[in-house]
Design a protein around this ligand. Structure first.
Ligand SMILES: [Zn+2]
Ligand SMILES: [Zn+2]
Length: 299
């Protein structure tokens, strides 16, 4: 997130309080997005920059940060994992190691007291953005992401996330001028922030629960459309090992389609699908095992 600052190791009392001064960049980006959008105005070029700027960001966050770096649901080359991370810098959601390490912790403790962004534990706004505005969670928990922290190029991106986010702003401006900077950078960054945050907040309170997971995760069509599939969040908490979050053909999952296309192009491979017994929540084998164990030994 823009707003990462030097006191990243501050985890003492008060570390959860919003740090207004240090988060000036975070709020400033919101302000600049609104002011620039009004100043530049709407046009067909604005529409294309917005749609493209949002789509690219949502894909690299969901397919890259989430389904690859956090959950390793497909394989790819070292260069393409770098490309995913580099493009994801344009989202200003901090580095891949920071993002994925925090997300792994969310799954380990989903909606338990140790979960860092649980609406059940600390309310909606905390889970949406409060947890990133304090200092407690600014640092990267490298112990949870050792598998990717071993790549120096990823560590470099992770250590310089703010610089790369700003650089993407310059690149966008160089390509398309102020229309691009407003509608292809600032506005989609802010929109993608809040839509991403909604998975931590709304997707744990609003929607249907197909699977009785121990957390409060929900499936929500509106969020699934906006987040390229991440709104099938109860599916995802039920089974994290698949690159596919819409478990049925009618559960729209744009990032899954994108990954299948990249698989056809041989850019990614071993893209994990959803085993039928997982999708059907078929607990029969488990029942049989328990029943077999309950039979008293003969003789
Ligand atoms: Zn996840
Ligand atoms: Zn969740």
């Amino acid at each position: 997130m823009l707003g990462a600052m030097e006191s990243a190791d501050f985890t003492g009392p008060g570390a959860d309080r919003p740090r207004w001064r240090e988060n000036v960049p975070f709020w400033a980006v919101h302000g600049v997005a609104v002011v620039m959008a009004i100043a530049v105005g709407w046009s067909s070029a604005a529409l294309w920059w917005l749609v493209g700027g949002y789509a690219i960001r949502m894909f690299v966050i969901t397919a890259g940060y989430h389904r690859y770096f956090s959950h390793r649901t497909f394989k790819t080359s070292r260069w393409f994992q770098f490309v995913l991370a580099l493009v994801a810098m344009s989202t200003a959601q901090q580095g891949p190691l920071w993002w994925a390490a925090h997300h792994r912790r969310h799954h380990k403790y989903s909606d338990e007291p140790e979960d860092i962004h649980s609406p059940r534990q600390r309310g909606f706004w905390w889970s949406h953005a409060g947890w990133i505005l304090g200092t407690r969670h600014k640092a990267t928990d490298f112990d949870r992401i050792k598998d990717f922290a071993k790549y120096p190029e990823l560590r470099f991106l992770n250590d310089h996330d703010l610089a790369f986010a700003i650089a993407w702003g310059f690149v966008t401006y160089a390509i398309g001028g102020s229309v691009a900077l407003a509608w292809g950078f600032f506005v989609p960054v802010v929109v993608a922030w809040h839509i991403t945050f909604c998975i931590n907040s709304l997707a744990h309170v609003w929607g249907r629960r197909r699977y009785p997971t121990s957390d409060d995760s929900r499936n929500n069509l509106a969020l699934a459309v906006l987040t390229f599939g991440e709104g099938w969040h109860n599916n995802h908490h039920h089974y994290q090992r698949t690159a596919r979050q819409g478990f049925y053909w009618w559960e729209i999952d744009v990032s899954w389609y994108g990954l299948k296309l990249l698989e056809l192009l041989r850019i990614v491979w071993d893209v994990e699908g959803v085993p039928r017994h997982i999708r059907n929540n078929d607990i029969a084998p488990e029942r049989e095992r328990i029943a077999a164990a309950a039979v008293p030994p003969s003789g």
